[in-house]
Structure formats: structure tokens, C-alpha cells
Design a protein around this ligand. Structure first.
Ligand code: ADP
Ligand code: GLC
Length: 473
């Protein structure tokens, strides 16, 4: 087994705010099958205290960006962890990214620069008797790492995975010193971005290679519509940019052994979950249309404002909606308001177990995102036989086969695409969903195809392994 270091700000089953955590948690297991032993460096947030038992301390500093810090080893299930314990940075209430008032912590750049700094130290051999052949960084929180290596004049193979370019980690130039960045890098070919420090850009410029979480998003990132200002620098590195789809952990997401659902092997056996879902969301057991489910952060990215506009079409056709999510107040309020409809159920909050029931009992999963690097809920839907209705963008386009006449006839369709991503097109797709649902034979075929589609890590782990080996030699 070859050693590699994964550096990430969240990781299942320790701490999660989104799909990044699912991916970081599943990747080590997937890569072990490809001959790579990953250790995961992660901040020791309060939420880890009961989950990650303290093993040997392997690194210490008196002053890591303003206070003492250490790294200790821990083992959680199959995860081999290096926990960065720096109380002045991570021992805080609330969300791991936001202060209790919902705003960024004033020192948010330092908090994750410290993670990248320690990752670079470990890459250079700071942990006794262990040195990675490659470092895999995830998103802006880890992206300064190859800049620090470059400053030290040392070459270690690095891969930066972009999970979402909307988050770049920006800081004013007055932070150069605080972030331990050499001023020479503060120029348009380096990490400077419209007069500010851009931590993600530092990674894009300095990493040995860059990947993102689907082939379509890798292409989209090169265009102004999706690149969010970084398209130019990505174009300059397009030869080193790879699109590798996320998988899901098929041991956790497994309809025939999932403790949160009435287990099933075929679409015909989903009935008890559908009934439980109707009960949980107080939906109408007599309604004739499909139950669409949404499990999502409620943000601009996810396009759920479009659903508010398109929903009447689904409801007129006897369809129903069950939504679980939290986020922007305007969207939370919008969905709370329509929850008074007898065929709409809304749960504002975060509930892992309920989400499993929704994929197992829902007829369709809606993901009308404006952009979506990969997306995981459509994959859960496929696995559990809830037919995905997705925006034709990013990983959604790559993972769902649109049920046009040809694909239906060929027996390969697994869901519906929405294009362009507008209220009108979503309304048309929901109407089409109702037509397909009413045609029992076609519907059963769609569900069967969905459940048969491979959504695990095998193919993607093999692609990462090829890339790791190309980079590490
Ligand atoms: P993103 O990372 O952009 O939020 P993904 O689809 O990649 O989108 O991943 C979201 C992850 O978070 C999925 O595992 C999804 O099931 C989960 N999730 C999102 N919102 C909720 C919620 N309210 N309750 C439970 N799980 C949720
Ligand atoms: C990001 C993206 C999402 C992706 C996830 C994991 O949060 O928004 O599309 O699935 O990262 O890569």
C-alpha cells in the first residue's frame, strides 16, 4: 500500500455540512482497494471530541497562527485520522464555518490556512516514520498547502479537488503576513484575485494537478458562466484538470440492509416505505400522483426557488412533495408557507435518518440546481429506486440518463433532465414525470434501470488511482 494524505475540513462520520464530507469519508475505503492507504488530516472541532479517541501525539507547535497546537492520531472505523487540535482556532460554538450570528468568523482565513500549513509540514515529513507519496487537498480550506510547499522550494505531488468553486476563501492583502504567504505570490499569475488573496486560486496555481467531481463540471468550470472568475486560470491549467465523478458509500446507502428503512431489493417492495413517508410528512394516502422528495441545503445554488414556482403543476396532477432542508431564510419561509397544502410536507432541519426514508419511499428525487459539481442525492435516489428529476448541469447531467423516447425504447433511461434550468422547464418536467408515473410498465422499467445503475466508488477510485500514480510516479 502506498501512503497518501487527504486534507479536508469535514468528513463523515465525524462532521458534515454537505457532500464534501460524504466524499472525504468514503474515499479512503475506496482507495484502499486500489493500493493507496489514505490518512485524513482534519481539524479537531468540538463535535469530534466524543467520536475520535486521542491516540499518540505526532506533531506539536507553540504557535500555529496564534496559539499552541498539536496533531494526534486517531482511528474511527476504517478511517485513519490525523486530528489537528488547535483550540484557539477550532474550539468554538456553532457551525464549523460560521459564527453563531451566521457570518464568517473574522479569522476564517487563518483557521484553514493553519490546516493547510500543518498538511504541508506533514507532507515534508513532520510525522515520525510516515511520509505521504502524494497529498490530496479538498476545496479552498486545504488549497494553500501547495503554495506553502512551493515557498519552501520542495516538490511533493499534490492533487487539488474542487468540490464547489463558489467558495474560494478570500482575504484582504493585509492578511499576507498572518497567512504566512510570501508577498511574491501576490500577483495575477499567483494567488492574487482582484486585489485580494484567493486561497482556492493558490491551490489551482500550485497543485501538481486539479480535479473536480464530474466531467461536465470540469468543462463548465472553463467558462465564465460557471468559473466564477477563475475560468482564466483554469483554462491555463486545463491540461492538468480532470473530472472524476463522486461515488456513494454503497455499504451505508444500501436498500436491502438500511436500518432506517423497511429493507427492499426491488421496486415492487418499496410500498411500506412509501406509506411511512406519507405518514411522516402527513401527505395524502389517496392521491394518485407521484411523491417528489427534496433533501437539500436551501441555497441559491440548488434552484429550489424554481420549484416554488413550478410546484402547482405537480399538485394539479395529483402529485405530492416532501421536502427536508435548511438554509436561506427566504427559502425556508417560502416552503413553510406552501406546507399548508394537504399534499405538501416540509421539514426545516437536518435529519440523516429521515433522508434515508425519503429516498426509499419517494417516487422521484428533485434536484433543479443552477449548477451542481456532482450532487449526491440523485445518486441516493437511483440506488433506492426514486427516479431523479435533475437540472441538465454538472454531475447531474453525467449521472442521470434522460428518459426521451429513444432512451426509453432502448431501456436505458434512469430519470428526467430539466433544461434550460427555468421554472417553465421544471414545470414541464414535473408534468412529464406525472405522465410516466401513470404508465405503470414504463415507470417500473425506469425504477428498475435506476436501481441497476452503478453508483458506487469502483470506477472513480480506479480513475483517482491512475491519477495518483501518474503524479507520484
Ligand atoms: P452539497 O454538498 O452541495 O450540499 P450534495 O448533493 O453533494 O450537495 O451533498 C449533500 C449531502 O447532504 C447529501 O448527503 C444529502 O443527503 C445531505 N443533506 C443535505 N441536506 C440535508 C438535510 N436537511 N438532512 C439530511 N441530509 C441532508
Ligand atoms: C459540493 C457540491 C456537490 C458535490 C459535493 C461533493 O458540495 O456542491 O455538487 O456533490 O461537493 O463533491
Amino acid at each position: 500500500m502506498r501512503p497518501a494524505l487527504s486534507v479536508v475540513s469535514e468528513c463523515v462520520p465525524l462532521i458534515k455540512t454537505g457532500g464534501l464530507a460524504d466524499v472525504a469519508g468514503a474515499l479512503p475505503g475506496a482507495m484502499a482497494g486500489e493500493g493507496w492507504a489514505l490518512r485524513t488530516l482534519i481539524p479537531f472541532y468540538p463535535a469530534l471530541e466524543d467520536k475520535a479517541p486521542r491516540g499518540d501525539t505526532v506533531w506539536r507547535a507553540d504557535d500555529l497562527f496564534g496559539g499552541p497546537a498539536e496533531v494526534f492520531e486517531s482511528q474511527v472505523g476504517a478511517l485513519d485520522l490525523l486530528c489537528l487540535d488547535a483550540p484557539h482556532l477550532y474550539t468554538r460554538a456553532g457551525n464549523i464555518y460560521l459564527a453563531p450570528d451566521g457570518r464568517d468568523w473574522p479569522d476564517y482565513a487563518e483557521r484553514f490556512a493553519a490546516l493547510a500549513w500543518v498538511g504541508a509540514e506533514i507532507a515534508l515529513g513532520a510525522v515520525p516514520k510516515w511520509r505521504p507519496d502524494l497529498v490530496h487537498m479538498h476545496d479552498w480550506q486545504a488549497a494553500l498547502l501547495p503554495a506553502y510547499l512551493a515557498q519552501a522550494g520542495i516538490e511533493v505531488p499534490t492533487l487539488l479537488t474542487i468540490h464547489n468553486i463558489a467558495f474560494q476563501g478570500l482575504a484582504g492583502p493585509e492578511k499576507l503576513g498572518a497567512l504566512r504567504l510570501a508577498p511574491e505570490g501576490f500577483n495575477p499569475d499567483g494567488f492574487e484575485f482582484y486585489g485580494r488573496i484567493n486561497m482556492l486560486k493558490a491551490g489551482i496555481v500550485n497543485a501538481s494537478a486539479i480535479s473536480t467531481v464530474s466531467p461536465t463540471y470540469a468543462e463548465e468550470l472553463l467558462s465564465p458562466a460557471y468559473g466564477m472568475g477563475l475560468e482564466g486560470i483554469l483554462q491555463a491549467r486545463s491540461g492538468d484538470l480532470h473530472g472524476i465523478l463522486n461515488g456513494i458509500d454503497t455499504d451505508v446507502w444500501t436498500p436491502d440492509a438500511d436500518p432506517d428503512v423497511a429493507t427492499f431489493k426491488t421496486p415492487a417492495e418499496r410500498g411500506p416505505n412509501r406509506a411511512a413517508l406519507i405518514k411522516a410528512f402527513e401527505l395524502d394516502p389517496e392521491a394518485k400522483g407521484p411523491i417528489a422528495v427534496v433533501v437539500s441545503r436551501l441555497t441559491e445554488q440548488k434552484g429550489l426557488d424554481l420549484l416554488l414556482g413550478a410546484l402547482p403543476v405537480l399538485l394539479e396532477r395529483g402529485g405530492q412533495l416532501a421536502l427536508l432542508g435548511s438554509g436561506a431564510a427566504a427559502l425556508e419561509d417560502g416552503f413553510r408557507r406552501i406546507a399548508s397544502h394537504p399534499r405538501v410536507g416540509v421539514r426545516i432541519g437536518y435529519d440523516e435518518a429521515l433522508s434515508h426514508l425519503m429516498f426509499a419511499g419517494g417516487d422521484a428525487v428533485l434536484v433543479p440546481s443552477r449548477f451542481e459539481p456532482c450532487g449526491l442525492t440523485q445518486l441516493y435516489g437511483l440506488r433506492y429506486g426514486a427516479v431523479p428529476v435533475v437540472a441538465r448541469t454538472g454531475g447531474l447531467a453525467d449521472t442521470v440518463i434522460h428518459a426521451n423516447a429513444l432512451a426509453l425504447r432502448a431501456g436505458v433511461a434512469t430519470g428526467l433532465h430539466v433544461a434550460p434550468v427555468t421554472t417553465e422547464a421544471l414545470a414541464r418536467a414535473l408534468s412529464r414525470l406525472c405522465d410516466l408515473y401513470a404508465d405503470r410498465a414504463t415507470w417500473r422499467q425506469l425504477q428498475t434501470n435506476a436501481m441497476a445503475q452503478p453508483v458506487g466508488w469502483d470506477a472513480s477510485a480506479a480513475q483517482y488511482a491512475r491519477l495518483y500514480t501518474d503524479l507520484a510516479g
